[in-house]
Design a binder for this molecule. Structure first.
Ligand SMILES: Cc1ncc(COP(=O)(O)O)c(C=O)c1O
Length: 397
């Protein structure tokens, strides 16, 4: 059976893109810490004949571990090809820069991840790109914003930190009707919970720093899409700007993603149990988890994320900033820091950390109150996580 033919997600996660090292027989191929690759006369002849498959040239253009990582991600996303980058932000920037040019217009959801918001409002406009944010991300809302020069419709599978979900099929149908390219940031859900390809989305984007790697020891990004699009990105902005990941980062990403299916199952299970437990705690005013019927977008989450609702949740403590700090300062198993998708449970305070730069009025309108705590639920034993939360919450007045 060819590795390309594997059907099951778990088999692809373990085997796709894995090639043992033919020179030594090493089961797990080593990474190649080299900047350049030597040309033999035979290799040069192949190169000149445009027979370049498997030929490495210079690490900015790729390395063998990178190829494996890209093959595996493309297989998991059921897309034709993949490309990895040094960070999630560079993946988003590269995909958009390849798909657009000065004078073009992009439509994006609001809210959007803070780094993406900065890219859209601070950097892309300097190069002649205009980005419009649309709160009513429905065909009717989008119709009001589309322009003659619109090229791309950008959205996220779940919005941070209140985990809103949009009706992606409606958006894709509308975009196709206007011949616009669609790009989704699939970081929170990963291909295990959501396959953009199955919904006709053109490009899937990731911060591989999060669930894809899952161990908190890697920084990277990825995009998957058609072979033509990926080749276009690689042959243009990617080569010219150089956002390539190091071989070590590719190795860590590739090693981590092999267990994605196992970890996502555990994240989803723990997050659901913790969300339900928090709902019954007297110090908690509100729990935000798309898997709970109380979530405003539960019906959409149920429609799109059939295997589970992910590992992210948020909750409001009774009180304000002071009470939130009591909880945050007193957790012991959970750690107080940004980022998400690691094996370990992480808690953070969006109002003073990830969303500190968002104006107060906007923060309040989007639910980022002073008492809101975001949790990236890890894969530890759920009993220990609950015990930790229970003890820290019991210290609240
Ligand atoms: C949804 C989302 N997209 C993109 C990024 C950016 O990824 P990176 O930090 O790897 O550049 C993040 C980072 O937190 C994120 O949460």
């Amino acid at each position: 059976m060819d590795k390309a033919d594997y059907k099951d997600f778990a088999t692809k996660a373990v085997h796709s893109g894995q090639h043992f090292d033919e020179s030594t027989g090493a089961h797990i191929a080593p990474m190649h810490l080299t900047s350049t690759y030597i040309f033999t006369p035979e290799k040069m002849d192949r190169w000149l004949n445009n027979d370049r498959e498997g030929i490495y040239f210079y690490t900015r253009m790729g390395n063998p571990t990178q190829t494996s990582f890209e093959e595996k991600l493309a297989a998991l996303e059921c897309m034709e090809a993949g490309l990895v980058t040094a960070s999630g932000m560079s993946a988003i920037a590269m995909a958009l820069m390849a798909a657009t040019g000065a004078g073009d217009h992009i439509i994006s959801t609001k809210p959007v991840y803070g780094g993406t918001y900065n890219l859209f409002t601070r950097t892309l406009p300097r190069f002649g790109l205009e980005v419009s944010f649309v709160e009513d991300f429905t065909p009717a809302g989008l119709e009001k914003m589309v322009k003659k020069n619109t090229k791309v419709v950008f959205f996220e599978t779940m919005h941070n930190p209140c985990l809103d979900v949009i009706d992606m099929d409606e958006v894709v149908d509308w975009a196709k009707g206007h011949e616009l390219m669609t790009m989704v940031d699939n970081t929170f859900t990963t291909p295990y919970l959501f396959l953009p390809f199955e919904h006709g989305i053109d490009v899937s984007l990731h911060s591989t720093t999060k669930y894809i790697n899952g161990h908190g020891d890697h920084l990277g990004g990825a995009m998957t899409g058609t072979k033509a699009f990926i080749q276009d990105v690689k042959g243009s902005v990617y080569q010219d700007i150089g956002p390539c990941p190091s071989p070590l980062q590719c190795w860590l990403g590739l090693r981590g993603v092999r267990t994605l299916h196992l970890r996502m199952e555990a994240h989803c299970r723990n997050a659901m149990e913790l969300a339900k437990w928090l709902e019954g705690n007297k110090h908690v005013a509100k729990v935000i988890y798309p898997g709970l019927p109380s979530h405003k977008d539960h019906a959409l989450a149920k429609k799109y994320f059939t295997k589970g609702y992910g590992g992210m949740l948020a909750f409001e403590v009774r009180g304000g900033y002071k009470e939130a700090r009591v909880f945050l300062d007193n957790v012991r198993l959970a750690e107080y820091g940004v980022s998400l998708g690691n094996l370990d449970t992480l808690v953070q305070h969006p109002a003073t950390m990830t969303h500190a730069k968002v104006p107060l009025e906007e923060r309040m309108r989007t639910g980022v109150t002073d008492s809101l705590i975001r949790v990236s639920v890890g894969v530890e034993g759920i009993g220990d996580i609950i015990e930790d939360f229970d003890r820290a919450l019991s210290l609240l007045p």
